[in-house]
Design a binder for this molecule. Structure first.
Ligand SMILES: [Zn+2]
Length: 340
């Protein structure tokens, strides 16, 4: 039985929180004990699914879990170091978490157990090749970078084989002075990562083979880049749609007008029909954000907001009186005045 949480839920390692939730719900319904009375296999599966979801639905726990890939849950309780070992470090705005050097408890401490900086004595390591650890870095990008796609260069710290001793940890009979006997050194690589157009906040990008180097000829782990997207003061994303507010004047609302609506694809000339109320929302098809999966674009939704002129003057007073005569009846007529 697979104990990899992603495999248990049948989702990709870069699955979005929504995808994880959806997969969990589907499986939970299928294996729920109420649906499978007396079926101990389903019950065991249900427990595993819950365990996987508990870890992957919590951003912090998921991050911790991702650093070590598959973890045997029976070993999860084994924590000889008791946690509290410094958190993620920050370098020039990019948070670089480095596998088995950080840790605040829980799964993170498994890095200390599995990793080799403490000699790896707590775990029976297989003699054959083993895959390197996955690494997670975070990067923050602007809203426009997310909408248009971007290429970012990240400083990524990886453990690589010591070139002085070629990983043996020794120089003749002495301990290698470069890696102090560990056989590995930390190298900072500037890695160029392409951010696809339309990326959602919190999404992960997998860069294969850019994690920690494997040992005894094993493949390198993967690098996961978690992308957080800064908010834009004007454009708001909702799913694949983009929402904005467009201010219009009273005469434009009354008579109708052609206005320029700013979209993430550039300006679009759009019509406001005569007699448009404040708050009315219009749709520009295909002018929204790109969906990374379907490669189609969402819509741009703009709501108009009638702006009242600021300057108070006798002419304005006169105009306002004339406008008020245009209302056939009290716009609040028929509205309830309370709960009764
Ligand atoms: Zn060395």
């Amino acid at each position: 039985m697979a104990t990899d949480y992603y495999q248990l839920l049948g989702v990709a390692r870069d699955a979005s929180p929504e995808e994880i939730k959806k997969a969990y719900r589907k499986l939970a319904r299928k294996f729920h004990p109420d649906v499978n009375p007396g079926n101990s296999e389903a019950e065991a599966r249900f427990k595993q699914i819950q365990e996987a979801y508990a870890a992957l639905s919590d951003a912090e726990k998921r991050e911790q879990y991702d650093r070590f890939g598959s973890v045997d849950p029976s070993e999860a309780g084994f924590d000889p170091f008791g946690g509290a070992r410094g958190g993620p470090r920050s370098r020039g705005g990019v948070h670089v978490d480095f596998g088995d050097l950080g840790g605040t408890g829980g799964f993170q401490d498994l890095g200390d157990i599995f990793g080799n900086i403490f000699g790896g004595g707590a775990r029976r390591r297989p003699a054959g090749p083993s895959k390197g650890e996955d690494l997670l870095v975070q990067v923050e990008i602007s809203f426009s970078q997310a909408m248009q796609g971007a290429s970012v260069t990240l400083p990524v710290q990886r453990k690589v084989e010591c070139t002085r001793c070629h990983g043996s940890g020794t120089e003749g009979t002495a301990r290698c002075s470069s890696c102090r006997g560990s056989g590995t050194v930390v190298s900072t690589e500037r890695l160029k990562v392409r951010i696809p157009e339309g990326i959602n906040d919190g999404r992960r990008i997998r860069v294969a083979g850019k994690g920690t180097e494997g040992s005894r000829g094993g493949p390198a782990g993967d690098l996961f880049v978690r992308v957080s997207v800064r908010e834009d003061p004007f454009f708001k994303r909702e799913g694949d749609d983009i929402r904005t507010t467009v201010p219009i004047t009273f005469p434009e609302a009354y008579r109708g007008a052609e206005v320029v609506v700013g979209t993430i694809h550039g300006p679009v000339r759009a019509k406001v029909p005569a007699g448009t109320n404040s708050g009315r929302t219009f749709r520009l098809r295909g002018k929204g954000a790109k969906n990374m999966k379907t490669r189609t674009f969402g819509d741009h939704l703009y709501s108009v907001e009638i702006v009242v002129p600021k300057v108070q003057s006798p002419a304005g007073e006169d105009a306002a009186r004339k406008v008020s005569e245009l209302y056939g009846e009290d716009p609040r007529k028929g509205l309830p005045t309370g709960l009764g």
